[in-house]
Ligand binder design. Structure first.
Ligand code: PSV
Ligand code: MN
Ligand code: MN
Length: 424
């Protein structure tokens, strides 16, 4: 175990006086601080197994060293994050990048780190070694039934593996689509995809959910068969009550109003979960909150208001996952930053004066409505997030702790400098 409790305690002790001062100031203006702190403690964000190594672009990849090379090491890395921030209590696997050979021992290892298994992800966007049919022209949409069958069977196999691990959801992201006009009959592609999804849906255990993730472009650049929330919602509605839309923040066309999408999906009871990241141009998969933290806050504002209106549990009723990975940061530092950004946005959203906002809206007081939102957003909630983390047994300053204790150097010593983690 790389993160020793007594060291965290020692580091926290050194930073407590300053933290107390900042926390008391932040808390002094808030009603129901205890309620907010409890919500922050309960809120867990799943870490994608594919984000634990340096990502890379199609132009190159620069190893960071000490990256996990198997599922056990990935679980250890997420355990390490969770020990520091007490908010990363789940891991999301991508199969077959991850191969849970022995579910019992994998489960035991995860439990040792206080982790559970979040949504399992299938992969029909790459051809695997020895695979009979190719996904070059799509998977669930394919004109050839044999290709569709292979992709359906893979998804069913992923569900089975997920069941063994105690996961309770499947995320289906399809690269299916077309790159040139004329290539596809849109309706046929949709129908084939729907029929295939129905077969996968039929294999879901009763307590499972299926998340249908949409993406506007890439790798196909003319049409995507699950290209936007409308299409995803169509599939999810036709499939049934266990199917939901998954929103990956980077999967929209520029300037899309994601918070409005979130609000309406919630209203329809069809919002399933998130892949958090940030972007400036496309599916950039940048650190959450690094480009547009105000948008993230506005999304959380819709989530909190919409979930409260339906009496939903913030922590458990939707799937909260990160989907970010790139080339130049230490992935663990990046993930610590992402989790922190999510918690900050969530905390700010919890501080919105919803009654006053509703009244301002009734009166069409546009200025007041904007002021109310920005009042919450401009709050420095970092001491609240830190206090919640402290109470949960985490580090007051996770990133500083990680650096001062030279965690990456220890991982490099253990695993080597030239490491490649599986994933994109
Ligand atoms: C596709 O861009 C995506 O966002 C999907 O969630 C995939 O499963 C993931 O990235 C894989 O990198
Ligand atoms: Mn995604
Ligand atoms: Mn993506």
């Amino acid at each position: 175990m790389l993160i020793e409790k007594y060291k965290v305690q020692e580091a926290n002790d050194g930073a407590t006086a300053e933290h107390k001062r900042r926390f008391e100031f932040a808390a002094s203006t808030i009603n129901n601080v205890e309620g907010v702190l409890q919500k922050l403690q309960d809120f867990q964000i799943a870490i994608p197994s594919w984000a634990l190594g340096a990502g890379g672009t199609r132009f190159g990849r620069f190893s960071i060293g000490g990256e996990p090379s198997n599922l056990e090491e990935k679980i250890e890395d997420v355990g390490l994050l969770h020990a520091l921030n007490r908010s990363s209590g789940a891991i999301s696997l991508h199969i077959p990048w991850d191969i849970p050979e022995n579910a019992t021992s994998i489960k035991a290892l995860a439990a040792q780190h206080g982790l559970r298994f979040d949504a399992v992800n299938s992969n029909t966007f790459q051809d695997q070694k020895g695979q009979e049919q190719s996904y070059k022209f799509g998977s669930l949409q394919h004109t050839n039934k044999a290709v569709r069958k292979q992709a359906i069977e893979h998804n069913i196999e992923v569900i089975k593996q997920g069941v063994e691990l105690g996961s309770d959801s499947l995320t289906v992201w399809l690269a299916d689509g077309s790159s040139f006009p004329g290539q596809l009959n849109f309706r046929k592609a949709f129908q084939n995809t729907l029929e295939s999804l129905k077969e996968i849906y039929a294999a879901l255990p009763d307590n499972w959910k299926m998340f249908v993730e949409y993406k506007a472009f890439e790798p196909n650049f003319y049409s995507m068969t699950v290209g936007d929330w409308g299409q995803s919602l169509l599939y999810a509605s036709k499939l049934g009550e266990k199917a939901f839309t998954l929103v990956d923040l980077g999967h929209h066309l520029p300037n899309a109003n994601i918070e409005q999408i979130v609000s309406l999906l919630l209203m329809e009871g069809k919002l399933g979960g998130f892949h958090f990241n940030d972007s400036k141009y496309g599916d950039d998969d940048l650190t959450v909150g690094s480009i547009n933290p105000y948008q993230l806050f506005l999304i959380f504002n819709e989530l909190v208001e919409g979930m409260d209106a339906k009496g939903m549990n913030h922590a458990t009723d939707l799937g909260w996952m990160i989907d970010a990975s790139h080339n130049i940061k230490d992935p663990l530092e990046d993930l610590l930053q992402s989790v922190e950004a999510i918690k900050i946005a969530y905390a700010q959203a919890l501080l919105v004066d919803t009654k006053a906002l509703a009244a301002a809206r009734e009166e069409n007081d546009v200025v007041k409505a904007q002021e109310i939102l920005q009042e919450a957003y401009r709050n420095d909630v970092r001491p609240l997030v830190a206090e919640a983390r402290l109470r949960a047994g985490g580090a007051l300053q996770p990133l500083e702790f990680y650096r001062q204790n030279r965690v990456r150097e220890s991982l490099i010593k253990q695993r080597g400098l030239q490491t490649v983690a599986t994933g994109l």
